[in-house]
Design a protein around this ligand. Structure first.
Ligand code: ME8
Length: 518
């Protein structure tokens, strides 16, 4: 990648290490991974960050419940998130942990910058706090629960807290934030989340408590270590830590900050789209360019929760169905941004219909015909007929169509467009019936098989971000060199397969899934 290539910095949330990773965490990171791979193949210098959020009362309590010192506990659980990243094939460039010295330094520097600009003052917090959400709530946001409890909109219980606290003057940021959203209409997506954030900010903002004194597991406030920083101020700062902050003159910082995209779930949009830009503006640091808040997965119609015992383990899914199959399903099944329901039935339907029958069968039948009828060599095409031109130009339009969908994080649309070209290619096979041409018109048979091999090359180049292993297998079987698989080379004028080149024996790429329980 040339140093002059445009930079692209994207992040996942950093996950709490109070518990093992589940499908929800895998989903957000997967979406980022696909985008990171797409942008790399599309000529960008990508920095893809994920990591773990290791401070705060929730993690401290989880460590205590496990009977372990917090540091020992977070070391172990963080490792599980790292292992998940490997199992899922994530291509992250960095993995940040908030207990690292580089991060503690960045938090303290950011605090000092906000304070030096006059936006932090000492006071006393008396109000509601939910440890599970690590969030403060106003009285009118809470509902009564069993045993006189107060329940937050997320369903988490809140408790009354009274303690000395530093405050961030969030109430003064309403107009500046509204102006910022107005000037940056793409800052929050999708539209529904943008509207939610706008109405929250228009409703008026209260100063935010940004330090706690009743427990110790966190980053000490500079010059007043009896206070530790509010875990969200600590956590959000990870995004600039990993860009090199406070070294704002560094090459990494200048290339990658402001981040191009923070990908998050809809549960934490307020922290990312309200508090975070306000903190940054208060410190004189540019806010990120975009926050995309995706929807929520349920399991066979039920909320996913440990107490219901229906947590989906992504590793078990990958073992059962295959990595690329899981990657494909999660991003194809649900319009990105909407809520979605996981079901094994839907998983099997998609992998059998769209991967095995449509994409897989296209590849397999074309490669087998070439192997059998063209002596395992890439056929030599003659002049193209209108049907050939039609299919070739549909595949040419696919790159810009997918690029457009990916720029809007519409992963399902990118895959839908891809599936349309697969469908068109399968129809072309049926219409051209190359198996019947061997005796009647062998030159035409070669042209048809060449056109198909060429379409498959393009389809496989474009499915790499979603299904890296399977796409590589297809490209290997077509004899495409590994340095000719990025979009610029694969779609350059004159790029194509080499007639007469020897091809390996074809092997299936997308097996049909037979349900052992059926
Ligand atoms: O909130 N469906 O961490 P967290 C879809 N540490 N996505 C889901 C999901 C589900 N059922 N469950 C979880 C935190 N997620 C903070 C973040 S960032 C500076 C700090 C995903 O471990 C989704 O991305 O609770 C959600 O936002 C995130 O996991 C919450 O992870």
């Amino acid at each position: 990648m040339s140093p002059g290539a445009p930079a692209y910095y994207l992040t996942t949330p950093i996950y709490y290490v109070n518990d093992s990773p589940h499908i929800g965490h895998a989903y957000t990171s997967l979406a980022c991974d696909v985008l990171a791979r797409f942008m790399r193949l599309d000529g960008h210098r990508v920095h893809f960050l994920t990591g773990t959020d290791e401070h705060g009362q929730k993690v401290e309590k989880a460590a205590a419940a496990a009977g372990r010192p917090p540091k020992e506990f977070v070391d172990e659980v963080s490792q599980r998130f790292r292992a998940l990243a490997q199992t899922m094939g994530y291509s992250n460039d960095d993995f940040i942990r908030t207990t690292e010295p580089r991060h503690i330094e960045a938090c303290q520097q950011l605090w000092q910058a906000i304070k030096a600009n006059g936006h932090i003052y000492l006071g006393k917090y008396a109000g509601w706090y939910s440890v599970r959400d690590e969030a403060f709530y106003a009285e009118d946001e809470l509902k009564p629960g069993p045993g006189g409890q107060k329940i937050a909109p997320s369903g988490a219980p809140a408790e009354w807290v009274e303690e000395p606290s530093y405050f961030f003057d969030l109430s003064k940021w309403q107009d500046k934030l509204l102006r910022f959203y107005d000037e940056n209409p793409d800052f929050i997506a999708p539209e529904s989340r943008r509207n939610e954030v706008l109405s929250f900010v228009k409703g008026g903002l209260q100063d935010l408590s940004v330090s706690r004194t009743s427990f110790k597991w966190g980053v000490p406030v500079p010059d007043d270590p009896a206070h530790i920083m509010y875990v969200w101020l600590d956590a959000l700062t990870n995004y600039i830590t990993a860009a090199g902050y406070p070294d704002t003159a560094s090459e990494t910082y200048r290339s990658f900050w402001p981040a191009d995209l923070h990908m998050v779930g809809k549960d934490i949009v307020r922290f990312h789209a309200v508090y975070w830009p306000a903190f940054l503006m208060a410190a004189g640091v540019a806010p990120p360019k975009r926050v995309f808040a995706h929807g929520w997965w349920t399991n066979e119609g039920q909320k996913i929760s440990k107490s219901l015992g229906n947590v989906i383990d992504p590793v078990a899914l990958v073992e059962r169905y295959g990595l690329d199959q899981v990657r494909y399903f999660l991003l194809r099944e649900v319009p990105f941004g909407n809520d979605g329901d996981f079901s094994h039935g839907a998983m099997m339907r998609r992998m059998n219909a769209e991967l095995a029958n449509d994409y897989g069968n296209l590849v397999q039948r074309v490669l087998s015909m070439i192997n059998k009828n063209c002596a395992a060599r890439m056929p030599t095409p003659g002049a193209y007929a209108p049907a050939d031109e039609g299919l070739i130009s549909a595949s040419e339009r696919l790159l810009p169509a997918m690029r457009d969908a990916m720029a809007r994080q519409q992963f399902h649309v990118a895959l839908e467009r891809h599936g349309e070209v697969v469908g068109a290619a399968n129809r072309y096979v049926d219409e051209q019936a190359p198996w019947g041409l061997k005796k009647t018109d062998p030159k035409r048979m070669e042209t048809v098989l060449y056109v198909l091999a060429e379409i498959i090359r393009r389809l496989a180049v474009l499915s790499q971000p979603f299904m890296p292993e399977s796409s590589a297998k297809i490209l290997d079987q077509l004899g495409v060199a590994s340095n000719a698989r990025d979009f610029a080379r694969a779609f350059a004028e004159g790029a194509g397969l080499t007639p007469g080149s020897a091809l390996p024996a074809p092997t299936g790429v997308f097996p049909r899934f037979v349900d052992p329980a059926a």
